[in-house]
Design a protein around this ligand. Structure first.
Ligand code: C2O
Ligand code: CU
Length: 466
């Protein structure tokens, strides 16, 4: 549970408004931006209390990297962590060698070493970065940041507001609960859920706004495993992009928006609050609602007149012409977990019963195979349409993420719409969701659950495009 105590502790500290603005660093073309991953600390619960975390450039989240669409991003990763690491650029249709998957696309970067990333960003939108080696631990400790790619002609807004949502599992001393990391009970259920919510690394920060102001919210769920249902209070967001890919502007369903781990949504919000009024963005949980951030309208309105409705962002150059008649059909059966039907599965070439799997720290399988196999789930010819039929035969939702491509959701689910292109798709228990994409990006690409504990306990595979 995201507890009430934490929620009160968080909001009580807000005597002076904490402004949630994250400064953006433009990624220069000539010299690489340096991201140093190292132990650090962050005021996760209260501005007077520092919690030990891992951070990029001492910040949680790491710096917002900002680049122009079509430009080259250059980042030098410096590893000052006690473990090896990498950086994965989640959602970027990237050259395979730069995808940052330890042991699949690059050797992990050893402590004390460096690695240079250089890649072109073909799509405008909201993306994020995080380690892709022992990622369940590394992301839980605070390693993640936003990568924003700007449209050549961005929609007119008064302010761009990144809102990076995370939940942390802290102990009674407000330190990270390290003892429970890698806990297989969590892994076999929903994954590691936190008890403290942060927005841009802060507990329930205020955002100062003005009446009439138009914001572009860039919402990202960087939690290890928590699916977040957001409620927007008095705000009426118009959703304009999912996982970086534009959609026709639309309202939320019942004022709520579901963000699974790894997913992003861009939303336009016109502040209609009277001067001096506030409203809250909350995360809806079984126990009630937890404050994420409070929008506080200042005394002076910014403008009186209504702005025009937000426009459809220009499409990104994602190949759209799906050839469904000749598509390569791939079945992906998700199996295992607590209360599931899986009795045995193949792990490292051996068929093991559930009890043996658990001893090996494993709990889940795709198509009867646990963890990264030696051979790919499928091998697509470059340019071929792939239709991925994902069937969730478990009692838990899974946020399925595929690398290097964005897919069109052909058959949606209870919480996933159909007419969108995504890189991460939420498949609820018992559901089947079909996604199609054109395999135009050569290389070895991961396909895994973004509940990071599910990934590390079996829900990981890969495909090849050649
Ligand atoms: Cu955001 Cu394979 O990860
Ligand atoms: Cu999962």
């Amino acid at each position: 549970m995201l507890t009430r105590r934490r929620f009160l502790a968080g909001s009580a500290s807000l005597c002076g408004a904490i402004v949630a603005d994250l400064a953006a660093n433009s990624v220069a073309k000539t010299t690489p931006t340096i991201l140093t991953a190292a132990p650090g600390d962050a005021p996760l619960v209260d501005h007077r209390k520092q919690t030990s975390v891992w951070a990029y450039n001492t910040q949680v989240p790491g710096p917002v990297l900002r680049a122009a669409q079509g430009s080259e991003v250059r980042v030098r990763l410096r590893n000052r962590l006690p473990i090896a690491t990498t950086i994965h650029w989640h959602g970027v249709r990237i050259a395979n060698a730069m995808d940052g998957v330890g042991d699949l696309t690059q050797p992990p970067v050893a402590p004390g070493s460096e690695f240079d990333y250089a890649f072109v960003v073909p799509d405008a939108g909201t993306f994020w970065y995080h380690p892709h080696f022992r990622s369940a631990d590394a992301v839980a400790r605070g390693l993640y940041g936003l990568l924003i790619v700007d449209e050549p002609d961005p929609p007119q807004v008064d302010r761009d507001v990144p809102l990076v949502l995370d939940d942390w599992r802290l102990n009674d001393d407000d330190e990270l609960d390290l003892a429970s990391m890698g806990n297989l009970h969590d892994a076999a259920h929903e994954g590691r859920l936190g008890n403290v919510l942060s927005v841009n690394g802060l507990p329930a920060p205020d955002i100062n706004v003005s009446t009439g102001e138009r914001l572009r919210l860039r919402l990202a769920n960087t939690a290890n495993s928590r699916v977040m249902t957001l409620a927007f209070g008095a705000l009426r967001p118009q959703l304009i992009a999912f996982d970086g890919q534009p959609v026709s502007p639309r309202e939320t369903t019942d004022g709520r928006l579901v963000l699974a781990p790894g997913q992003r949504v861009d939303a336009i919000v016109d502040i209609e609050l009277e001067p001096g009024r506030t409203t809250e963005l909350t995360v809806v949980t079984r126990g009630g609602e937890t404050l994420a951030t409070r929008f506080v309208a200042g005394a002076k309105p910014l403008r009186e007149q209504q702005l025009d409705a937000p426009v459809h962002l220009p499409d990104n150059p994602v190949p759209h012409r799906l050839e469904l008649d000749t598509a390569l059909d791939v079945e992906l059966l998700m199996q295992g977990g607590a209360m599931g039907r899986m009795r045995s599965a193949s792990y490292r070439g051996e068929e093991l019963g559930m009890r043996e799997l658990v001893k090996q720290g494993q709990a889940w399988a795709f198509n009867g195979v646990v963890g990264m196999p030696d051979s790919p789930l499928f091998d697509a010819a470059r340019g071929q349409t792939v239709r991925l039929n994902m069937v969730n035969d478990t009692r838990w939702p899974h946020a399925m993420h595929f690398h290097g491509h964005h897919g069109r959701v052909l058959k949606g689910g209870r919480r996933e719409a159909t007419d969108v292109w995504r890189d991460t798709v939420l498949v609820d228990a018992g559901e089947r969701i079909d996604v199609a994409f054109i395999a135009d990006n050569p290389g070895r690409w991961m396909l895994h659950c973004h509940m990071l504990e599910h990934q590390s306990s079996g829900m990981a595979t890969w495909f090849a495009v050649s």
